[in-house]
Design a protein around this ligand. Structure first.
Ligand code: MN
Length: 264
């Protein structure tokens, strides 16, 4: 079998140590193409550049620095760079955890999700802030090595906690398959002054204490366990009781049921 093609991106930018660590982790497992933002785009979510020029510069053999977001990078690489369909889209290794509701903001997650929206398996990988991204090496290699081409595509959000201080060598902690938990931050809008006396702002405060129910990604990482969260990109509510009641009150006289014949 031909070596699988692995498409790599991140949101910390093409020069980030985490991206280099990711490439090093998988370089013998497949042919690697890197398409990553030319500058850090953390927190850009699934934004795509539709109303501006998208620049992309070669940054080495099979490496592209893209003037856009991780989702741009994956789109650009899939449709313009890759000579064959990648087996996997890998995104990271992000400097900082992406837990629970973080996935709505995370460019790291969005890079993997963009691959998944295009019918591929995607794996987003993050380590706790200040943790050597090489600590994600074993879980990345194990997941990529276990991937099978004939399986339906999967989307995984992987978070690697800090290793206990005493442990040397390769970091191989326990692994849990988790649900997305709820991550809290200290909400803050910090108003400062520029040299001309005009106000400017930094939004977003530091993360709060990690907790969560057993089985949540927040619980796993707080317990020193590697968290692997399978994600389905489906946002609609399977049991929209309150929302349904609201819509029924609003438009009762012309609400159709999917089983009804279409209105003429
Ligand atoms: Mn980031």
């Amino acid at each position: 079998m031909a070596r699988p093609l692995l498409l790599l991106t991140n949101d910390d930018g093409i020069a980030a140590p985490g991206l280099r660590a990711l490439a090093e982790a998988v370089e013998d497992l497949g042919d690697v193409i890197v398409a990553a933002p030319d500058v850090e785009r953390s927190g850009c979510g699934h934004a795509m550049t539709f109303n501006q020029t998208l620049r992309a510069q070669p940054a080495g053999p099979d490496r592209w620095a893209v003037g856009g977001t991780p989702a741009d990078c994956v789109y650009f690489a899939l449709h313009h760079v890759c000579a064959r369909r990648p087996a996997l889209v890998l995104s990271g290794v992000n400097a900082g955890l992406n837990l629970g509701t973080d996935v709505f903001y995370s460019g790291t997650f969005a890079g993997a999700a963009e691959g998944h929206l295009r019918g591929l398996s995607g794996i987003a990988v993050s380590v706790d802030r200040g943790v050597d991204p090489h600590q994600a090496r074993s879980i990345v290699r194990e997941l990529v090595g276990a991937w099978r081409p004939d399986d339906p595509p999967v989307l995984l959000n992987v978070n690697v906690p800090a290793a206990p201080p005493a442990s040397g060598g390769e970091h191989r902690p326990a692994v849990a398959i988790t649900r997305l938990g709820r991550r809290t931050y200290h909400d803050a809008v910090d108003e400062r002054r520029d040299p001309y006396g005009r106000p400017y702002y930094w939004i977003g405060g530091p993360p709060g204490q990690l907790r969560g129910r057993a089985g949540d990604d927040t619980w796993a990482v707080a317990s020193g366990i590697v968290s692997v969260t399978p994600i389905r990109l489906q946002l609609d509510d399977p049991e929209p009781t309150t929302a349904r009641a609201l819509v029924e009150r609003a438009v009762a006289d012309r609400l159709v049921c999917p089983r009804d014949p279409p209105p003429s």
